[in-house]
Design a binder for this molecule. Structure first.
Ligand code: SAH
Length: 252
């Protein structure tokens, strides 16, 4: 698989494209030379093979070739609402959930979120997390760049979930509702789902009560062991992508 980079959607209008300095740096880091092939994606779902026609220290020109036909995006749209965890943990959640095919990530400030964020700080963080999402999407060769929303309060998330059909909430205190039951409850393959996982401090019983009053919220246990805040989203994402997404594709 060739190297994979993103280019603004409007730059795909012509067959020859002049690449901006930042992308030129990436091409150089990948040691691409004139004549080499790579892929340019618009980050909105399309990707094209490209050939490097010219490169110097600051500029590069490439020709766009055929569109990449392989379907790299899952048909299941997953929005991950993730309780904000400290430092590195959040970075890891972003990177790895992008690899697993998430469409949108919404950081959530909950009762037990340790990190305190003003809206300005939250915006800054979201900008940094968005960059992590772009680089993860490029590394795992996605044609869609998942959006990282600026952090929401728990109440705003609850409002947002009221408009959704299915919101799966892994809860560490849930002892009865297992994944098997969930798959029986959700029989028909959904087109989109939301997931909410708590921060390292967990989801409080009050928060869970509020979520339980929303139609379409499915609390679920992820088994008898407590997973870390950065493990739980990956576990549930892998499961839903296997059940209803593209992780279980048939390999001939
Ligand atoms: N501090 C809490 C654990 C929080 S784990 C405690 O020690 O009890 C962070 C989040 O991961 C949880 O809020 C939940 O959303 C998810 N999670 C972790 N383990 C889980 C499990 N066994 N079942 C369901 N959800 C789990």
């Amino acid at each position: 698989m060739p190297f994979w980079f993103f280019l603004s959607p409007e730059d795909f209008q012509n067959k020859k494209v002049t690449l901006k300095a930042e992308l030129v740096q990436h091409l150089k880091a990948a040691r691409l030379k004139t004549g080499d092939n790579f892929v340019l994606s618009d980050g909105l779902g399309r990707a094209f093979y490209a050939r490097l026609d010219y490169i110097n220290s600051k500029n590069a020109v490439a020709s766009l070739l055929d569109e990449v036909q392989e379907k790299v995006e899952p048909s299941l749209h997953v929005t991950l609402f993730a309780g904000v965890s400290k430092g590195e943990k959040m970075d890891r959640i972003i990177r790895q959930s992008v690899e697993l095919g998430v469409k949108k990530i919404v950081p959530v400030l909950t009762e037990r979120t340790v990190v305190r964020l003003t809206s300005e700080k939250g915006g800054e963080k979201a900008g940094r997390w968005q960059k992590i999402a772009v680089s993860a999407a490029s590394q795992c060769r996605r044609s869609f760049i998942p959006l990282v929303h600026s952090p929401l309060s728990f109440d705003d998330m609850a409002q947002a979930l009221k408009k959704e059909k299915i919101a799966i909430v892994p809860w560490e205190e849930e002892k009865e509702k297992g994944l098997l039951r969930l798959t029986r409850q959700i029989e028909k393959k959904p087109g989109s789902i939301c997931i909410f996982t708590g921060p390292e401090g967990g989801i409080s019983p009050e928060e869970m009560a509020a979520l339980n009053s929303i139609e379409g919220v499915y609390p679920v246990s992820l088994g008898p062991r407590i997973l870390r805040a950065e493990t739980a989203p990956l576990a549930i994402l892998s499961i839903v992508m296997y059940l209803w997404g593209d992780l279980g594709r048939k390999i001939e």
